[in-house]
Design a protein around this ligand. Structure first.
Ligand code: AMP
Length: 117
């Protein structure tokens, strides 16, 4: 069922997560396998499996994730040092959870990215 990813279960509080922010539209929680000292996932509550599925007339779904991530970076004090946001789409990007999410990575100098493996 499309609405039964692990992130939907976190939204419904059926499985635990370290939630750092939530509002009516989105939830943010720490990644269970962090790839940087700070690794937080920002997830819309509305079901959107991948970026390919984002309705063309609903760009605000991603806009809200980006605004929340930038606000979190400022509140946590690493906005000036910098951070990276990443959104993986489908197989070649390694997407593993098919509910749209934005990765926020920070807390150290990050390596380059995008190299084929
Ligand atoms: P992606 O590869 O872009 O689909 O990212 C999915 C991310 O979800 C990965 O970085 C996983 O470590 C993370 N993840 C999977 N299950 C959980 C969970 N239960 N709680 C927090 N993060 C998770």
């Amino acid at each position: 069922m499309a609405e039964d990813t692990i992130f939907h279960k976190i939204i419904r509080r059926e499985i635990p997560a370290e939630v750092v922010y939530e509002d009516d539209d989105l939830i943010a929680f720490r990644d269970i396998m962090p790839q940087a000292p700070v690794h937080v996932l920002f997830v819309p509550k509305e079901t959107v499996a991948t970026l390919n599925d984002l309705p063309a007339d609903r760009p605000e779904i991603i806009g809200r994730l980006a605004v929340a991530a930038a606000r979190y970076a400022k509140e946590q004090g690493f906005a000036e040092d910098g951070y990276r946001i990443v959104m993986n789409c489908n197989r070649h990007a390694g997407q593993t959870v098919f509910q749209l999410h934005l990765h926020l990575l920070a807390g150290a100098q990050l390596g380059r990215f995008g190299t084929p493996v």
